[in-house]
Each structure stands twice: as C-alpha cells, then as structure tokens.
Design a protein around this ligand. Sequence first.
Ligand code: HEC
Ligand code: HEC
Ligand code: HEC
Ligand code: HEC
Length: 200
Amino acid sequence: MSIIRNYLVLSAAIIFAAGIAYGAEKPSEYIGQGQCKVCHNKKTTGAQWAVWKEMKHAHAFDALKSDEAKEMAKELGLTKPPHEEPQCVKCHVTGYDLEKMTVPAKIKLADSVQCETCHGPGSAHKEDGRAVMFKKKTADEVDWMANLVEVEESICLKCHNEESPAWNPEQFTLEDGTKVGFDFKHAAKIIAHPDPTHEK
Ligand code: HEC
Ligand code: HEC
Ligand code: HEC
Ligand code: HEC
C-alpha cells in the first residue's frame, strides 16, 4: 500500500517539476551597469547613467581602500584589507553572495553599488528594451515594471543600517524634528535620476 502511495506521490512530483521546467521563463540575471548605459544615458531622457556615476554609490568599492576604511576595519578587529573583507564588501558592491564570497558573473567589484542593486537583475528588462529598439513593440505595449523590481525602502535598509561602521543615527531630520539614520524620502531625493519626459 505504502509503496503504491509513494509511487503516486513521486510521479506527481515528477509531472509537477516537468511543468515548471516547460512553463517557466528564464529568471532575470545581472548584466552590469555598462549594459544599462547603452540605453539610459541620453540627456533628453535624464542620462541616468551619468547621474549615477557622479554619486557616492558609483565609487563605494573604492571607498574601502581609503585610510578611513582601514581604520574602521582595524577598530573592528578585522585582519584583511577592507576591500577584501566580506564583512565590508557585502554592502559596497552589487549582488554580493556572503556564502560564496563573490559577486554574479557579469558584475565587477569596482562597479560598486550600481543600477541592479536597486532595480533588480536586468537581463529580462534588457530584452524588453531591445524589443522596442528593434521596433518589435512600441514602448506603450511593454509593461516596464514586469521585469524590474519596484524600488522600496526595504532595499535601501539592507545596507543603510547600524551595521555600517559609518552609520550616523542622526543623519536625517524628519519634518517633526526627529533625527534618524535613514529617511527614504530624503535619501531618494539626493540620489534622484528622473526621466524628465515622464509625468509625475
Ligand atoms: C536595450 C535598451 C535598454 C537597456 C539595455 C536597459 N533599458 Fe531600461 N528601459 C529601456 C526603455 C526603452 C525603457 C522605457 C522608457 C520609457 O518609459 O520611455 C526603460 C525603462 C527603465 C526603467 C523605468 C521603468 C518605468 O517605467 O518606471 C528603469 C528603472 C530601467 N529601465 C532600468 C534599467 C536598468 C537598471 C538597466 C540595466 C540593468 C536597463 N534599464 C537597461 C531600455 C533599456
Ligand atoms: C550594512 C552595510 C555596510 C557594511 C557591513 C559596511 N558598510 Fe561602509 N557604508 C555603508 C553605508 C550605507 C555607507 C553610507 C554612510 C551610512 O549611511 O552609513 C557607508 C559608508 C562607508 C564609508 C564612507 C564614509 C564617508 O564618509 O563617506 C567608508 C570608508 C566605509 N563605509 C567603510 C566600510 C568598512 C571599512 C567596512 C567594513 C569594516 C564597511 N564599510 C562595512 C554600508 C556598509
Ligand atoms: C541606490 C538605488 C538606485 C541605484 C543605484 C539606481 N537607481 Fe534608478 N531609481 C532609483 C529610485 C529610488 C528611482 C525612483 C523611483 C522609481 O522610479 O522606481 C529610480 C528611477 C529610475 C528610472 C526611472 C526614471 C523616471 O523618472 O521614470 C530609471 C530609468 C532608472 N532609475 C535607471 C537607473 C540606471 C540606469 C541606474 C544605473 C546607472 C540606476 N537607475 C541606479 C534607485 C536607484
Ligand atoms: C548594497 C548596499 C546599498 C544599498 C542597497 C543602498 N545603498 Fe546607499 N549607499 C551605500 C554605500 C556603501 C554608500 C556610501 C558610499 C561612499 O560614501 O563611498 C551609500 C551612500 C548613499 C547616499 C549618500 C550619497 C551621496 O552621493 O552623497 C545616499 C543618499 C544613499 N546612499 C541613498 C540610498 C537609497 C535611497 C537607497 C535605496 C533606494 C540606497 N541608498 C541603497 C550602500 C547602499
């Protein structure tokens, strides 16, 4: 009896797994900031790449090579140079995997905190962009958010928290005067890179 039941459960599992394999789309993968630059660096639509390149996020990996960084690491009793120390690198680059101690294949450490940190892995979105570029679709026909991540405060808080040795709990002042270490509204304004052709 139990053999038959196990057999049934097993075959159901195999059919289910095959259904996933046939039905599923390929998950989006990291492609790197250089790919985003190809389509997002026109002045008329906001030159998001150039704006990002001027921000501290774009240089966050290099910041780990400063004397200040070395001092911070020493104080925490870390022995490796900060730019080789997983406990520092994880928040200063894109997509760091603490278990494998590495970044995805198409990401360079020097890319620092780049586009896909906030917008999610971009390979599927790039295909959306190419469909428009090669006139297979119009921009209006594409659901642009289908293959991108909605940028929410929770994404920022993965790095902007008291685990950061540079954390200043009084960095931002809320409207009621309260001081906080991170304020999404205020911080998002500082790093803003809007497309001026999009309506608010
Ligand atoms: C082949 C061109 C192409 C590439 C490569 C590309 N994009 Fe886009 N992207 C577009 C187009 C076209 C739009 C739609 C613009 C519009 O709404 O007018 C867009 C829209 C977006 C939007 C706004 C979505 C919305 O409507 O709110 C974000 C965010 C974005 N891209 C991020 C990225 C990131 C990050 C990368 C790199 C990982 C990237 N894009 C790579 C073409 C591209
Ligand atoms: C939890 C994520 C996180 C970790 C872990 C982390 N950092 Fe950072 N680091 C940040 C953030 C976010 C900032 C921006 C300042 C802030 O709000 O804390 C920053 C800023 C810095 C700065 C620049 C400060 C300035 O004045 O511009 C240095 C240098 C730095 N970190 C070094 C390090 C070193 C060294 C380590 C490892 C010992 C480390 N960080 C670990 C998130 C992190
Ligand atoms: C630290 C997080 C962060 C990084 C890094 C980042 N963005 Fe954004 N991006 C945002 C936020 C927040 C918004 C505004 C809210 C939204 O549209 O989702 C935004 C909006 C956009 C938009 C839509 C603009 C509009 O007005 O419709 C585009 C396009 C875009 N980003 C592209 C990029 C590209 C390309 C890069 C890298 C060169 C990049 N972003 C890096 C957080 C980020
Ligand atoms: C992967 C980690 C990480 C994520 C996620 C992240 N940040 Fe940061 N952010 C940093 C680091 C590291 C620095 C400091 C870089 C330096 O000083 O060299 C920083 C600096 C900043 C600064 C100071 C920028 C400047 O140029 O003065 C602002 C503002 C900021 N982040 C806002 C945001 C917002 C808003 C989000 C979410 C939409 C976000 N960050 C997500 C790691 C991150």
